[in-house]
Design a binder for this molecule. Structure first.
Ligand code: NDP
Length: 482
């Protein structure tokens, strides 16, 4: 595998500058040196994408289906190998890495069939002798900017619909996870596709990413990452009237009601709070617990957190890998101090851990006695830290859950159908989970949130067509055949 972060106009490019990526589990483990794109690379990528897009669209649905099916099948077949690479460079346990790659494959195979289902509408015209049809056409050149936490699955759920509907792609992945980006690019670009249809332009977000999203030669931008970067992207996109879709921060609540199955509640809360080392946009970061079971729940949650094995991502018994970088670790530890200073009680964890290798290890933390106006309950921490709040009633719990600028996922643990149904209807969130963790979504249905969590049309499932296609309404007067 070539260690370059640039693939443009159908070729790998060695680049002039490089960055070194190391494993967060063991900083002595050098993963590779990755090329960084210049502004000339970016312009060439945009040129070649424009040309290739026309060829790709003209190639037709069977071709697009076959290519996407081949990409998806290869990802699934190689999920063990690429999953291990993700574990090594991002720090999630190997099983999670493998699962991510397999799911990335499922996005491609699902959208392969979606290419065949690109069906339009026919309408009767209000004028006699006129026929009306409505079709979906590609948007054109799509810029994709993705984060490090799901370095293969997140780009996959953007790239697959972009290609399925006949678009070209210029992808700027997170610089922290370029081994995964190169692996995915290799699988896509060794298919029989027009040169330049798919381009990888690695580099710092504030430099290459900024230039990409500011380019008037981009027709649509799909971004996943932080709210602050998202705000800047929105401002740039509006200047060019570029179509925009963004998935950003979250502060997902999980309600634990007095009638909940306590074992299930603890396992859903711990899994959703600490899975992926808490670095998931769907993580359960606010646990809103009915006061009558609060103490029993908290005691068992702390036991569950303390029982988790924190270690090297490649060790078979590791349940929690390191956090992704030193900067993320320092930010997490600072949030622990913030929580204490705000008056929350740290019941366990929140400390840097030493392991056999030099990595960014941290013990999972549970805060109790928190209030919803504390910074630890308002800001996305992206850390293995969860905050428990007490509620006296379901109504109070629902009101706390909805009191957030974010609204990605929201969960409730209850055996009451009435409460579950009320919560499903009244939770201000894009995804609602009943007796399930807040994290964990299917690949064939829409994903997204409300408020500051999302902007623009939904991702995934048949709803993805809204973003990756433009609608054309045609009026045809065929005239008299005689
Ligand atoms: P960022 O929003 O900084 O980065 C996401 C992507 O955007 C990366 O590819 C990044 O590039 C790129 N980027 C950064 N600045 C710009 C810019 N000005 N123009 C265009 N692209 C840009 O998130 P981080 O990865 O730094 O994580 C920081 C925090 O963001 C986390 O702690 C978490 O709170 C949140 N986050 C949320 C995610 C979610 O799914 N909800 C996912 C990831 C992060 P590069 O990193 O290479 O510089």
């Amino acid at each position: 595998m070539q260690q370059t972060g640039i693939h443009i106009a159908g070729r790998w490019d060695a680049g002039a500058t490089h960055i070194e990526n190391r494993s967060p589990s063991d900083v002595s483990d050098l993963i590779g040196n990755y090329a960084q794109a210049s502004s000339e690379h970016l312009e060439e990528a945009l040129d070649s994408a424009r040309k290739a897009q026309n060829i790709w669209w003209a190639a037709g649905v069977q071709k697009r289906h076959d290519v996407l099916m081949a990409i998806g099948t290869e990802l699934m077949n190689r999920s063990a190998e690429i999953g291990e690479l993700i574990a090594r460079e991002e720090g999630k346990p190997v099983a999670e890495g493998k699962g991510e790659v397999y799911r990335a494959g499922q996005f491609f195979t699902w959208f392969a069939a979606e290419a065949l289902r690109n069906q339009g509408d026919l309408a009767e015209s209000v004028r006699s002798g006129v026929e009306v049809d409505v079709r979906r056409e590609p948007v054109g050149v799509v810029a994709i900017v993705s984060p490090w936490n799901f370095p293969v699955a997140t780009p996959a759920w953007k790239i697959a619909p972009a290609l399925a509907f006949g678009n070209a792609v210029v992808w700027k992945p997170a610089n922290l996870t370029l081994a995964s980006a190169v692996a995915l690019t290799d699988i896509i670009t060794h298919q029989d596709i027009p040169a330049g249809l798919f381009n990888l332009v690695s580099g710092p977000g504030r430099d290459v990413g900024q230039r990409l999203i500011e380019s008037h030669r981009v027709d649509a931008i799909s971004f996943t990452g932080s709210v602050s970067v998202g705000r800047g992207i929105a401002a740039a996109a509006i200047g060019n009237m570029t179509r925009l879709q963004m998935e950003m921060g979250s502060k997902n609540p999980l309600l634990v009601m007095d009638d909940a199955d306590l074992d299930l509640a603890v396992s859903c809360a711990a899994g959703a709070a600490f899975g992926g080392t808490g670095q998931k946009c769907t993580a359960a970061s606010r646990l809103i617990v009915h006061e009558s079971i609060h103490d029993a729940f908290v005691e068992r949650l702390v036991e569950a957190a303390e029982a988790l094995t924190v270690g090297h991502a490649l060790d078979a018994d590791t349940q929690l890998g390191p956090v992704v970088s030193d900067a993320q670790l320092q930010q997490n530890l600072a949030y622990i101090e913030t929580g204490k200073a705000e008056g929350a009680s740290l019941l366990c964890g929140g400390e840097r851990l030493e392991r056999a290798s030099d990595g960014y290890y941290m013990s999972p933390a549970v805060f109790s006695g928190t209030r919803n106006d504390m910074r630890i309950n308002r800001e996305e921490m992206f850390a293995p830290i969860t905050c428990v709040m007490k509620a006296g009633s379901y109504e109070e719990a629902l009101s706390l859950a909805n009191d957030s600028e974010f609204g990605l996922t929201a969960g409730i643990m209850t055996q009451s159908l009435a409460r579950a149904s009320h919560f499903r209807a009244n939770a201000r969130a894009g995804c609602v989970m009943v007796n399930l963790p807040t994290a964990g979504t299917d690949y064939h249905v829409p994903f997204g949130g409300r408020g500051a969590s999302s902007y623009g049309p939904r991702e995934q499932g048949s709803y993805a067509a809204e973003f990756y296609t433009v609608v054309k309404t045609a009026y045809v007067a065929a005239g008299d055949p005689l």
